[in-house]
Each structure stands twice: as C-alpha cells, then as structure tokens.
Design a protein around this ligand. Structure first.
Ligand SMILES: [Zn+2]
Ligand SMILES: [Zn+2]
Length: 259
C-alpha cells in the first residue's frame, strides 16, 4: 500500500492511498486545482482516483470534494451526519454513499473501516484501511483519545495522527479565549502531549511510519511536535530508525511511503 499525505492543517487536508490499481483519497480539503497538482506531485493522476472518503464536514476536509466528485465522476463515502451538514459545501454530487462507524466497506482490494471520533462535527470518523497484509490508521480532528481509538488503531503499520498544538503556545497565543477552549475541549484537537502519550501507549515495533498531522500554524512548530513524538516512542522502546516520524505540512506533500 502506498500512502502520501497531500497536505495537512486547518487550511486543508487530503491523504492519497494506493493499492495496485486502486487509488482513493481520504478527505479533499483543497481546491480542485491544488488537489490535482498534489496528486500529480505524488506521482499519480487525478483520473486514477476511484473514490473519495470523508472524515467530516469541516471545510478543511471537504472543500474540494464536490468539484473532485463531479470532475472524476467518483463516489463519495461519508457518514449521514457529514452529508447532512456538508450538503452546501458539497453541492450537487451523484453517488453519495453513506458509511457508519464500525461498518467496513470494500473498494476493490482495500477494506476501509470507519470508527467514531470525538470532534465538533456532526458524525466524524477516523479510518482503518487494510489491504490484507498491511494496516493504515488515520485519525485527525479528535478532541481526546478514546477507548475506541485505542482498539481500532492497535497494530498499525502506518499511522496518521493529529498533533495539533503545543498547549503552552495555545494558551499564551492570540486566539480568542472561546476558540482556545474549543481547541482544548474533548471535541477539539489533540495536543502534542496528547499525541505523544497515545504514541507511547500504542507503539509497537511493526509501526513503520508515524505521520504527525493537522499541526496548527499559530500554536505549534514542526520540531516541537516531532520531538514530543520521538521522545514518546523512545520511551515505549523504539530504537533509532525503527519507526520513521514524518511531520505532515500544510503546503507540501509528504514523501510517498509504502507499507
Ligand atoms: Zn480539520
Ligand atoms: Zn474538523
């Protein structure tokens, strides 16, 4: 399975997943043009995308979904709540397909299992994507670590996990108090420390790649997020190089990795 984070942060999110002749996107939070450019930069063509699956209806995840679905005539998978709240942003799309936490779907040779997460959207989900031999976990936009997250994300070969903010920077920063409270709440975003604790708990020697995602521009620094995660996996027993840690950026695509 090949994986590339096409960009991540509050200005847009998208992940490309490829297995043989199957290529899908998880979220499409960029304009149609940007999506096309970044899919190309990852070595793929937008016409190869066979399906789009959505985590939730916030603009940074859904902005380009309608354009992409209409242009490529592909189905869009999302929860009922995502479609209900995201209808205006999606526009007219044929082929909306409802998914539900806990119920797997198959797209050719990929098995995709959504699971509920804790975020201030109507029915947000994370995903486990498996090809029979490898397992990818995607979990961004989660205000807290839940028991379900622990269960679902166990044993991943690659994990894309939110590491949104440094708590001290957020509290000292310029955001209005109400926004700070929202971000810190159980339906907001995971801090570097939250992500670190989760990684320490979940780390196993089969975790080849860890992507830290959805970093705040204002309240985080890539090095801080990386160091927190590096310390965490080291405490869990990770020796040098066993797990590669990538920091997903807003304006650049990640390396294309294979698991
Ligand atoms: Zn988001
Ligand atoms: Zn969100």
């Amino acid at each position: 399975m090949k994986i590339a984070v096409l960009g991540s942060g509050s200005d847009g999110n998208a992940v490309l997943v490829n297995e043989g002749r199957t290529t899908i996107l998880v979220d499409a939070g960029f304009s149609g043009k940007t999506l096309q450019d970044r899919v190309n930069a990852a070595g793929f063509c937008i016409s190869e995308i066979q399906a789009l699956i959505l985590t939730h209806e916030h603009s940074d995840h859904i902005r380009g979904a309608g354009v992409l679905a209409r242009r490529c005539k592909i189905p869009v998978f999302g929860t009922e709540g995502t479609f209900r709240n995201g209808r205006r942003k999606l526009g007219d799309v044929n082929g909306l397909k409802c998914i539900q936490g806990g119920q797997s779907i198959e797209i050719n040779n990929l098995n995709i299992k959504p699971f509920d997460i804790s975020h201030d959207a109507e029915e947000p989900v994370g995903f486990i994507i498996e090809n029979g031999t490898s397992k990818l976990g995607i979990c961004t936009d989660s205000g807290c670590v839940t028991q379900l997250m622990r269960q679902r994300l166990k044993g991943c070969d690659a994990l894309i996990l939110e590491s949104n903010h440094d708590s001290t920077m957020l509290l000292a920063g310029s955001y209005p108090w109400i926004l700070k409270q929202r971000i810190r709440s159980r339906i907001g975003h995971l801090s570097n420390d939250d992500a670190g604790k989760f990684c320490e708990e979940m780390w196993h020697s089969g975790l080849q790649h860890l992507f830290l995602a959805h970093l705040s521009k204002e309240n985080n620094m890539p090095d801080m997020a990386r160091m927190t995660a590096e310390d965490a996996v080291r405490r869990a027993g990770c020796k040098n190089g066993e797990t590669r840690i990538h920091v997903a950026m807003q304006t650049l695509i990640s390396e294309v990795i294979t698991i």
